[in-house]
Write a protein that binds this ligand. Structure first.
Ligand code: GCU
Length: 708
């Protein structure tokens, strides 16, 4: 009997600890879970590191050491001391302000050294931020079970400023946010500081993010009132030890709206003084304030055009106000007019004439593509073209156009596709990354931004896998040369498990996921087929009387009895000519245009033959079908993963994948049935038949709020 009980308890224990996880998780620990390692590896690490020390007394270094000690205990079961001096087995954190090998303030080295018979692991940096990044690097190596016995690592970020943009409103909602309400509790600030501020800062520091714009680009001027600046200062105080600077989006009309001036004209002396005084006020409260982000004269936002002035007039006025304090202006190039025949051309047309005219502390923030964060766009032609003005890429981490946080779409491949695109600005190899990181053109500032996908949801991002998009933005902002696979691999190991039978299929699922979304939403370069307003489901038929033409899908797909696609060739809108040779020619010629962008650049007949011999209509059907099959495949992959994942996260992801397949079918049926009314061609017999009726789909009006 006794033996049976022991066997029973043993079996129970094994069932819990063998592969799966006993505790159900809510995802709140992100990739910083520090799960216990196998005994063997834990022993190796515990032999290598036995204490931790630094002569640097700063708060940042202290919290780096604390992070290490706690994580080490969790992973290895061993307690290490924070020692007064370096001994054999120490992890030593050293500041060397004048170290020539460290090429940037955030750079660090991590080396295994032997000094006077003492075996040590030494992290050297110029600044405390560098030390913090080094510690997180070491922890990442441990979480992913790498050898740490003979380290020789040197890291320096490829962009100086790695910034999240929050589109958070003063009332707690988030524009295009799908993970609950805003993390910032404005009503409770500055007196009460949510513990999540610190957790947020810690997560960002772990992936090298060093700046955050707290509020929506559609900016409420209230954020820069004295009352709100106190609140912002309180948040900045929590973020500071984690190396994160706070920035704000500003409303260009603030002098009139807040200062009661008769105008906000950037050339008006009183307006200029108002901004200078405002800058002084801000820096008195937040000495390391990062600067302003500005959406001007776009989608109804005020800007210098309201006063007959230019982007340069507006940006330079703000830049002069911030300059004495080393603040910067991130001036967005997201502009388009309702009357333009091709929205994709406008940012280029509006900004190119000003190249070289911006003040040195201005950087122009350009969305990755020329339209608006579509599932696939070519890169914006401004990259590589504006050579005398610093440019920064803006990505959208939140999935406004890729299924919200309801669908799994791993975005590192999308980010990489843009960063690795060759602009040919200075010949072959002039990638977007090199055109923005200071490599090709001398830039006074280098930066990159991502529109955040975080909110109050327990798992931060709504979908457990959406955390990977926050993670990969940070990792690529640090090093755009990392591959999407590498990032997925490390994220999966830290967020779920190191088990190889989990890693291989789930990594493949992630790697295929963005393309699956493209396939079932808008393959072959189609874009903006979204439902009015919320941008979740398909509405290629959407027609709102009196609406701006460029907010309607028909502006983009141009489907007719003849064919489909936007003619941006030299015979059409001529957007191709905004690209450098030979890319302009490649895009212009239908035979050389990449097929995944063919309907972005060409209007083609339904019977146009693609390289695989299929007609355009048939290929469209095949692509939509493939997308649905990929989504179904993700469900199958995930169902096999049950034993490697805790119950809660398993079930939540399983449910979302099921919904994703349903919605993929909705997209496929909606788009194909609608386009079929023009093509008048049958869906190839070997593909799944539609399960919906077009008229039934047209009636769907989702009541989506931006906080779900
Ligand atoms: C998109 C998005 C808006 C947002 C805008 C921007 O158009 O739908 O909600 O304000 O981009 O980037 O400014």
């Amino acid at each position: 009997m006794k033996n049976t009980i022991i066997l029973f308890i043993f079996t129970l224990l094994m069932a819990f600890t063998a592969v799966g996880q006993s505790v159900s998780e809510d995802g709140s620990r992100l990739w910083l879970r520090y799960e216990p390692l196998s005994q063997n590896i834990a022993r190796q690490y515990a032999q290598k590191i036995t204490s931790c020390t630094s002569s640097d007394p700063s708060e940042t270094t202290k919290l780096a050491m604390n992070e290490f000690v706690v994580a080490f205990r969790q992973m290895t079961g061993k307690e290490i001391a924070i020692a007064k001096a370096a001994v054999d087995g120490s992890l030593v954190l050293t500041i060397k302000k004048n170290d020539k090998q460290l090429v940037s303030p955030d750079a660090y080295r991590m080396e295994s050294v032997v000094e006077k018979g003492k075996n040590m692991t030494v992290i050297t940096a110029k600044t405390t931020n560098g030390l913090l990044y080094g510690v997180f690097h070491l922890l990442r190596l441990m979480q992913t079970r790498q050898d740490i016995t003979s380290l020789d690592v040197a890291e320096s970020p490829l962009y100086e400023r790695r910034i999240l943009n929050h589109w958070d409103n003063i009332n707690g909602t988030i524009e295009r946010g799908y993970a609950g309400y805003s993390l910032w509790d404005w009503d409770d600030l500055p007196a009460t500081l949510s513990p999540r501020y610190r957790e947020y800062a810690r997560a960002n520091a772990s992936i090298g993010i060093n700046g955050t714009v707290l509020n929506n680009v559609n900016a409420n001027p209230t954020f820069i009132t004295g009352e709100y600046l106190q609140k912002v200062a309180a948040i900045a105080g929590v973020f500071r030890p984690y190396g994160i600077k706070v920035y704000l989006s500003v409303n260009f009309s603030s002098p009139a709206l807040l200062g009661k001036l008769p105008t906000s004209d950037p050339l008006d002396p009183a307006v200029r003084k108002w901004w200078k005084d405002k800058a002084k006020e801000i820096y008195a409260l937040i000495p390391d304030f990062g600067g302003f982000l500005v959406k001007a004269n776009s989608e109804g936002q005020p800007g210098p055009h309201d006063f007959g002035r230019t982007h340069v007039d507006g940006a330079n006025m703000l830049a002069e106000a911030l300059e004495p304090f080393n603040g910067i202006v991130m001036w967005r190039a997201f502009v388009y007019n309702p009357s333009s025949p091709d929205r994709a051309k406008q940012a280029y047309e509006e900004f190119m004439p000003f190249d070289g005219k911006f003040h040195k502390n201005v950087i122009v923030q350009v969305k990755n593509g020329p339209v608006d964060f579509q599932p696939r766009e070519p890169f914006s032609p401004l990259f590589g073209a504006m050579q005398k003005t610093p440019l920064m890429v803006e990505f959208q981490i939140t999935q406004e156009y890729l299924g919200f946080s309801k669908q799994l779409a791993y975005l590192a491949p999308l980010f990489k596709e843009c960063l690795d695109s060759d602009t040919y600005a200075k010949g072959k190899g002039s990638t977007v990354a090199r055109a923005t990181d200071g490599n090709l053109f001398p830039q006074t500032i280098t930066a990159i931004a991502g529109v955040a996908n975080t909110g109050k949801d327990a798992n931060w991002c709504g979908h457990h896998f959406a955390q990977a998009n926050w993670y990969s933005f940070g990792r690529l902002a640090w090093n755009h040369q990392l591959s999407s696979e590498t990032i997925a691999d490390e994220w999966l190991r830290m967020t779920f498990t190191n088990h190889p039978d989990f890693l291989a299929p789930v990594k493949k699922m992630m790697m295929d996921s963005r393309e699956a979304v493209v396939n079932y939403m808008m393959p072959l370069g189609l874009h903006h087929l979204f439902a009015w307003g919320h941008h979740y489901g398909p509405e290629p038929w959407c027609d709102i009387p009196g609406a701006r033409a460029d907010w309607l899908p028909s502006y983009y797909h141009k489907a007719s009895a003849y064919g489909i696609g936007f003619d941006r060739t030299t015979k059409g809108s001529d957007a191709v000519s905004q690209y450098f040779p030979p890319l302009n020619e490649i895009y212009n010629n239908v035979a050389t245009c990449p097929e995944n962008l063919i309907l972005w650049f060409h209007h083609l007949p339904w019977d146009y033959r693609l390289k695989n011999g299929r007609t355009l209509w048939d290929e469209l059907c095949y692509k939509y079908d493939e997308g649905v099959n990929q989504a179904r495949g993700f469900q199958k992959i995930w169902d096999r993963m049950e034993k490697y994942v805790d119950k809660n996260r398993f079930v939540e992801v399983q449910y979302k994948l099921k919904e994703q397949t349903k919605d993929a079918i909705w997209w496929k049926d909606g788009c194909l049935l609608y386009f079929q009314t023009y093509s008048k061609r049958p869906i190839p017999y070997e593909l799944e038949r539609p399960v919906h009726d077009l008229e039934e789909l047209k009636k769907i009006k989702l009541n989506m709020t931006n906080t779900n």
